[in-house]
Design a protein around this ligand. Structure first.
Ligand code: OOB
Length: 542
């Protein structure tokens, strides 16, 4: 059977019978994000939608700003289905940019502030982006310099739009026009690109539709019991799927609540914001939760308004999970999700046992979660295996990646998460490991192969394996195990080399080990399991 595609070439659609099922169940409601914001503005008009520093925008004001920018983008010549890479720190403009793109039918690609030339250059090339949106500077890093480098490698890029001082580029503030006619869009079409944590040489792009993403947003808001009185503090980078949609900033707006943007996640910045704005809910990765727990010992009073905190993105130990309620004074919700789709939550009224020991159950009654063995056979209930899934907001294929999709999805459309997990009789998931070649560095995903391929370009490196080693704070940290060409090489040089290739800082190896040889499997692949064991035991042949 010919594979169905969405309107955008290189995307994979749900088979018609599944799409019909998701519509019939009332999950795909046939609304675009542009229309959704209009509805929220009509409903919540003067209520505060976004707080960013001293700025407070009502829903009406946000909607009006989006209209003006959308009209300005149309005047620039931005067309439906064109791709735009958006790389902004946590700021109110991010909403205006994304929703304006939604309204004109252009497709934002959700880049993270940490990305550099290697990543952004690739995103622009692979998505054939026509525009790139940045902030002028964050701390000492000048994104305009990065944009100049990106322009040189991305021939399709026509516009660089800058929040702040534009330098040689176009100021976002100048992209402004009186609201006009916006195109009628198909909600079943691609709304945005999320990024895969990946396990291969290059990051994969995840095309999410208006129908599927809005469903996950609304359903998440419901599960987390958000309403107009909810105040969500966004401490993680806002373009990431977790703080964006699980339930995140979009879930909060869908519920009529208020989003407060934190420029940084540290207790010194976040706690005073919680006290000032009466924050009721936030979401974070486990290392940050540890920091907050430690800080709360002396500053619990500042957290008085906090009702719940979502923790996910990486394993959160049961012992730490148990500390949340007594030490932060709020309910914990564990979240196990992925940018590809499937998100699980523990529910607010679940027993402590489930909240501390599982990563929750899926959002949707139509999420299909299976635990299988190496041959894709279902394992008995409660046994450990590979988690595969399909459902109303889980993609059926990565963008423009036909070959990789053969491996990443089963022939009947289940996404292979690469996670090892078990299910209980109530459908709750416990994530216990990983089969994919990825390191989860406190929630930040590092694809081993991507870093290895860069390192193999170094003249002193003969062979290399990137592995994760246990870390008390991050859960795992990265170690590049190198067989040299007889020339000395140390961590400083390795890091410098990867930086010069434009890699994001979080991908730079925490440790470098030089060894005489790497253990191999029977078929000659590097045996990473054995290597990790040898490293832990200090028994690698040096
Ligand atoms: C979230 O999304 P991604 O795309 O950055 O990473 C997904 C991967 C999962 O396949 C799993 O390996 C890991 O991150 N993961 C967890 C976890 N949550 C995610 N591993 C253990 N325990 C957890 N609770 O990380 C993400 C997306 C939406 C909501 C929450 C997290």
């Amino acid at each position: 059977m010919a594979e169905q595609t969405l309107g955008l070439a290189g995307t994979t659609a749900w088979p018609a019978e599944f799409a019909e099922r998701y519509r019939k169940a009332g999950y795909w409601v046939g609304q675009t994000f542009g229309e959704a914001l209009r509805e929220w503005a009509q409903r919540s008009g003067e209520a505060t939608a976004v707080v960013c520093g001293e700025r407070r925008w009502s829903y009406r004001e946000l909607d009006q700003r989006v209209d003006r920018l959308a009209a300005g983008l149309q005047q620039l010549g931005i067309q439906p289905k064109q791709r735009v890479v958006v790389q902004l720190p946590n700021c109110a403009e991010w909403f205006v940019v994304c929703f304006a793109l939604f309204r004109v039918g252009a497709i934002p690609l959700m880049a993270l502030p940490a990305h550099r030339l290697a990543e952004i250059g690739y995103f622009c090339q692979h998505s054939e982006a026509v525009a790139y949106v940045i902030a002028d500077k964050v701390g000492s890093f000048d994104y305009r310099n990065l944009a100049a480098e990106v322009k040189a490698v991305a021939p399709t890029l026509e516009h660089v739009l800058v929040v702040g001082e534009s330098g040689q580029f176009t100021a976002l503030a100048d992209v402004d026009a009186a609201p006009s006619q916006f195109p009628v869009l198909d909600p079943a079409e691609v709304a945005l690109f999320q990024l895969s944590g990946g396990s291969t040489g290059v990051p994969k792009l995840i095309a999410r539709t208006h129908d599927d993403y809005l469903y996950s947003v609304r359903a998440s808001a419901e599960i987390c019991e958000l309403d107009a009185s909810s105040v969500y503090l966004c401490v993680l980078p806002m373009a990431h799927n977790f703080p964006m949609s699980s339930p995140g900033t979009l879930g909060t707006l869908a519920a009529g609540g208020t989003v407060v943007l934190a420029p940084q996640p540290s207790p010194d910045v976040a706690f005073p914001l919680i006290a000032r704005e009466g924050v009721t809910i936030t979401g974070m990765v486990p290392p940050l939760a540890l920091l907050w727990l430690d800080a709360a010992a002396k500053r619990k009073a500042e957290l008085a308004s906090l009702k719940q905190i979502l923790v996910g993105g990486a394993p959160f130990g049961a012992d730490t999970a148990r500390r949340v309620q007594p030490e932060l004074g709020c309910q914990l919700q564990q979240v196990y999700g992925m940018a590809e789709g499937l998100v699980n939550y523990t529910r607010l009224n679940d027993p402590a046992e489930l909240i501390c020991h599982t990563q929750g159950r899926p959002i949707s009654p139509l999420d299909e979660v299976r635990i299988v063995d190496d041959e894709d056979n279902d394992v008995p209930l409660g046994e450990l295996g590979h988690l595969i899934t399909r459902g109303p907001y889980t993609i059926r294929g990565y963008y423009q990646a036909a070959e990789h999709n053969q491996r990443a999805f089963t022939s009947d459309g289940f996404y292979r998460t690469g996670d090892l997990a078990r299910l209980n009789a109530a459908g709750y998931v416990s994530v216990e490991g990983r089969a994919k070649d990825q390191i989860n560095r406190g929630g930040e995903k590092v694809a081993a192969e991507e870093i290895e391929q860069h390192l193999l370009n170094h003249p002193a490196i003969h062979d290399v394996a990137l592995v994760g080693l246990p870390d008390r704070f991050l859960g795992e940290r990265t170690c590049a195990v190198i067989v040299s060409n007889g020339v000395n090489i140390n961590r400083r040089e390795v890091v410098q080399f990867l930086r010069s290739r434009g890699l994001a800082e979080y991908k730079l190896p925490d440790l470098v080990e030089i060894v005489a040889s790497l253990p191999k499997t029977g078929v000659g692949k590097i045996n990473k399991r054995l290597l990790r064991e040898q490293l832990s035991a200090g028994s690698v042949p040096a």
